[in-house]
Design a protein around this ligand. Sequence first.
Ligand SMILES: Cc1ncc(COP(=O)(O)O)c(C=O)c1O
Length: 390
Amino acid sequence: MSQGAYLDHNATTPPDPRVVAAMARWTGERFGNPSSSHAWGRRARGAVEEARERVAQLLGADTPDVVFTASGSEANNAAIFAVCGPGTPPGEILISAFEHPSVTKAAYRCERWGMRVREVPPRSDGVVPADDLRDALSERTRLVCLMLASNVVGTVQPVTEVAAAARERGVPSLCDAVQAVGKIPVRVAELGCDFVTLGGHKLHGPLGAAALWIRPGVPFAGWLVGGEQEGGRRAGTVDVPAVVGLGEATRWAAAELEQRGAALAALRDSLEAGLDRLPGVTIHARQSPRLPHTTCAAFAGVSGPELGHRLDARGFAVSTGPACGAGAPRPAAALLAMGVSPEVALSSLRISFGMTNTRQEVTRFLGVLAEEIASLRGAGATPAGTLPGR
Ligand SMILES: Cc1ncc(COP(=O)(O)O)c(C=O)c1O
């Protein structure tokens, strides 16, 4: 694999060695249940609270308002079920038609309990218009969900405007910031939402630790019950090594945010300059505000899954769809929501960078990509399609 490269950081990122070192301290000799009152418990609790402080600092939040969860999906589910789950007054959940499945499916699950889901589509530029969401608010709206940045095309959404409009009507809002945190500044005060979620493994932290920020004073009942961990908001003994890793990852993300953004954007720009030299390539949502590290592009006349498979065989990891959707190739729902045809969506790949990628990898990737596209087009083993102009 030495000649290949991992270019699928929106699926997951390799943990930073500093994160691994911090976690290692809690996977051997040091251990303890943070709820225990003895010295072992107190030490573990101290490590968890230090991590909580670091997460809060990255978000510009107060420490007690951060709840640890095991995944971004869990954090999104927890917010949605708290507001719209069993026992809550019926009404409508307003979501963008662009959300991660951990938001979309949780919202539709609430239909069992008397809610209705209303989806507002993005424009073809990958942005959900704030006005459309604002206009869709009604006296029946119980929750608004708008992600900060798309995991598929990387577009940044007008969360601040939407949260403000919801707030004016007394409607709480959830911002899934899982892909944005650690890539662009995310401050809860600027967003103005009531719930914000992030996940460790998207920012060079570990799998198994994520967080939900809850605006102080917002009523919240967790759906995992048992012990009184996390201030009674999420039962279950905290995974100390993972949470310590999340804390360390957020610490470095905060300290290095600007330089990371610049480094990632430079990689992305050199990739896109190279893609411009290939025939029949369309970069989705290119003119929109985007995360610095994500490119989603369609390759005319080529099957995305087949291309992804060939790149994989040559050591390059890219995504042919959200990593959470295993099984038969399906066009990415986010692209369809943007009005991209199923054929073009299926000819698309997502390339996402992380802090270990290099310019040399981009150059090698572009060379291999050009060869494989030419080979697939030459073989005619791909869906019929003409090469569109840009
Ligand atoms: C935007 C977004 N939200 C939520 C999630 C879910 O996070 P996790 O994998 O930690 O459950 C993902 C994961 O890909 C994501 O991209």
